[in-house]
Design a binder for this molecule. Structure first.
Ligand code: ADP
Ligand code: MG
Length: 730
């Protein structure tokens, strides 16, 4: 049964003093329970012999394959630890291309053939499983007779125990592949891209510091989200089905006053946040900051950055925790990129950098001019990589839901540009103008760099309109959508920067083979990159129309819709990049592309059907009922013998209601037809394009009619929760 609007509002008004009963926020210091549900190094040491622990740890750190014997020791330790903590089940936890996570629980409990009951979990169950995920998207990688997918343990991310109610399940992070080893998930390409980048970056690091032998990609994500009351959520079929509102007239007050952004966190939300943070901390997710965001009811949560694979796992886990914890608070989390028209959407900024075994952040400029050549090398190569592969990076953040954000005037545009701030722009300009030609210019530029006031603290010139910004010691990728798995853009970043560093190394060898001294050779190449990549550098307002024109003049792409943007994944450049770096085979790349197209189609199909049902089943009956009342009133006035001027307003309303009713009916019929034509096509990219260019515009037209009716119809008869209620009733 669905709630009516007024029932839902009543429920909320009666929630005064509501206390979620399951919240247990410990009094203890965070450090006393942080990571208590994680099978981390400390736990391994506790549950394994010293020798076994050392062997396993060395293998994990070097990325070498664990022997069956060692893996078995891990399995045994993991099982004992999990059971000591009360876990009864285990699951291989993986990240299929649907965007969220998947799990299939099995009990430790087992019966032997002779009837003995025991708890079992061994190396086979740890290392590989066949969860029969045949209904997860595979983009044609699995023909029906071999539809199974297999999960395989990823020892680089620690196992953890998920507590749901009283149940406890040991979760083992895994990759998800076909029988032939082709990736069906986000994790495998990410791991491969990280290995590729490391291999390409080490020789470059060693130009500056021989001691660097290991490189880690770091990711710090920032998760934005909206919260709404569960009663309101359940009373909106669109939120329930699609996570966003497909109809709804803008509220007179939205975010104009910025009062939410600067306001204090409402108490109920604060309780939710504290509860969520506790859950995160138990699972070793280092969340640290929380605050209100721009939209009414919008918030943000961010952790300390971590090694990229863990950071991705933690973000995926967080999204699940957010849903679960919200339920106990009678709240619902909207992770959608654009839950409400006319109000800011949600993103997931990805802060990306590289750090070394010597403890250096490669994107942190130093005080010492010598070190700055290292910084400059990685900095300029990253910009050059983004310049060359902007389209592939754009493709990695393309989705039906993110299309509402990118290029929609309040979030980064769909045009990729790089913002680096005044001081660094000046340094690059100086190098371009003088350095390389003579050694003096080089030294001057490096010297200048070392005199830049602490960039990390220099927040003043941050440009919020840039999709890709340097923020002192890392690049911040702001195009990523709030629902997305960060692994997709991270895989692209690692691959393109890895490829660029390979090119750099090759060019450096060439340059030096002609007798040029090393530093001069480096600068000569960087200088050329600075000139080449100049079109992608932009410090101005990314939301402005002038920028769209300017970007077109500079030859930068602007692909605001997903079906177009995704094509870059299968362009010849992308195929070359991913296959030669070993991140994707061509077959995998096409399969991933196809899954992304299918995801797009399915999302729009569900939205369009939901919207059709809502207008036919909810809006039209309300409009017709109110129109009948008006008509009855007109007839009564006529009967009283009053002249037409007395019911002029009513007549006008009746006509306007009819116009909008007819408009809806007409467009819904057209939309159904268009869906049918699109679905009859064979090729996923063509169907996606039809949904984008034919179905989506009709949804917008239908919305316009419905939103006009919301304005015309008696408030008491309006069935859907209104925007003002969704955003302001708490
Ligand atoms: P904001 O962008 O909100 O002003 P910060 O600049 O402090 O906040 O950091 C934003 C995010 O960037 C945090 O998640 C932080 O952990 C992350 N971050 C900081 N340094 C790095 C780094 N070297 N690599 C990756 N992420 C980082
Ligand atoms: Mg930020």
């Amino acid at each position: 049964m669905s709630l009516t609007r007024f029932q839902a509002l009543d429920i909320i008004l009666n929630r005064a003093g509501f206390e979620p009963d399951t919240v247990e926020v410990p009094d203890a210091k965070i450090s006393s329970f942080f990571g208590c549900n994680v099978f981390n190094e400390e736990r391994m040491q506790e549950y394994m012999t010293k020798d076994a622990f050392n062997t396993v740890q060395a293998a994990i750190e070097s990325g070498a394959k664990l022997s069956i014997k060692d893996a078995d020791l891990v399995a045994d330790a993991m099982k004992r630890w999990a059971m000591d903590r009360g876990a009864t089940h285990y699951t291989h936890w993986f990240q299929p291309l649907t965007g969220r996570t998947a799990e299939k629980h099995d009990s430790f409990f087992t019966l032997t053939p002779d009837g003995e009951v025991l708890e079992e979990f061994n190396v086979e169950t740890l290392v590989q499983q066949e969860p029969d995920g045949s209904s997860f998207p595979g983009g044609g990688l699995r023909s029906t007779f071999e539809a199974r997918g297999y999960t395989a343990w990823d020892p680089s991310s620690p196992a953890f125990i998920l507590e749901v109610g009283d149940g406890k399940t040991l979760c083992i992070p895994t990759i998800f592949v076909t029988y032939g080893g082709e990736s069906l998930d986000y994790k495998l390409p990410l791991l491969k891209s990280q290995a590729f980048l490391e291999k390409a970056a080490i020789p470059v690091c060693q130009l500056f510091d021989e001691a660097i032998t290991k490189l880690t990609v770091t990711l710090g994500w920032e998760q934005e989200y909206f919260l709404v009351d569960e009663a309101l959520f359940n009373a909106r079929p669109d939120l329930l089905m699609t996570g966003r509102t497909l109809l709804g007239k803008h509220s007179p007050k939205g975010q104009q006053l910025d009062d939410h952004y600067f306001g204090s966190i409402p108490e109920r939300v604060y309780a939710y946040m504290r509860d969520l943070e506790t859950e995160c901390h138990k699972l070793g997710i280092p969340v640290r900051t929380r605050h209100n965001e721009v939209g009414p009811g919008q918030y943000e949560l961010a952790p300390m950055f971590e090694e990229v694979n863990r950071a991705v796992d933690h973000n995926q886990l967080l999204m699940d925790l957010m849903d679960r914890v919200a339920n106990r608070h009678k709240l619902r989390v909207l992770l959608h990129e654009k839950p409400f028209a006319g109000v800011n959407g949600s993103g997931k900024h990805n802060n990306w950098s590289m750090s070394t075994n010597t403890g250096q952040n490669l994107l942190k400029p130093g005080k010492n001019p010598g070190k700055n050549l290292q910084f400059l090398t990685f900095f300029v190569n990253t910009i050059q990589a983004v310049y060359k592969y902007a389209d592939v990076l754009r493709a990695s953040v393309a989705s039906a839901s993110n299309d509402h954000r990118l290029g929609a005037n309040e979030a980064p545009p769909a045009i990729i540009s790089v913002f680096i701030g005044d001081s660094l722009s000046r340094v690059l300009d100086d190098i371009e103008a003088g350095a390389g030609a003579d050694q003096g210019g080089v030294e001057q530029a490096l010297d200048l760099l070392s005199k830049i006031p602490n960039l990390e603290l220099d927040n003043t010139d941050r440009n919020r309109t840039s999709p890709f910004a340097f923020t002192g010691n890392k690049f911040e990728i702001r195009m990523v959508g709030s629902t997305m798995n960060c692994a997709a853009p991270m895989t692209v970043m690692n691959s393109i920067v890895g490829r660029q560093l390979e090119t750099f190394t090759k060019e450096l060898h060439q340059e030096m083979s002609t007798g040029t001294a090393r530093d001069e050779a480096i600068l000569r190449i960087l200088k050329r990159y600075i000139t080449e990549s100049k079109p992608i550098r932009f410090e101005g307002d990314g939301y402005s129309d002038e920028w769209k024109e300017e970007a077109a003049r500079r030859g930068l792409s602007n692909t605001p819709n997903t079906p177009d943007a995704l094509k870059a994944y299968v362009s010849s450049d992308a195929v070359e990049l991913f296959t030669t770096s070993g991140v994707f085979t061509e077959k995998e790349l096409h399969a991933h592309y196809e899954v992304m197209c299918e995801n797009y189609i399915l999302k729009l199909q569900i939205e369009s059907r939901t919207q059709g049902e809502m207008v036919i089943n909810h809006i039209l009956p309300a409009a017709i009922a109110y129109q009948s009342e008006l008509a009855g009133n007109v007839l009564q006035l006529k009967e009283l013998g009053l002249d037409a001027t007395t019911y002029e307003a009513q007549m006008d309303l009746i006509r306007r209601i009819s116009d909008n009713i007819n408009g809806i009916k007409d467009k819904v019929n057209q939309m159904t037809q268009e869906r049918k034509y699109a679905n009859e096509k064979e090729d996923a990219s063509e169907i996606a394009m039809d949904y984008c260019t034919k179905v989506k515009p009709l949804m917008e037209e239908i919305r316009t009619y419905a939103d006009r009716l919301e304005y015309l119809v008696d408030d008491r008869e309006w069935p859907l929760i209104k925007y003002r209620e969704l955003m302001f009733v708490r």
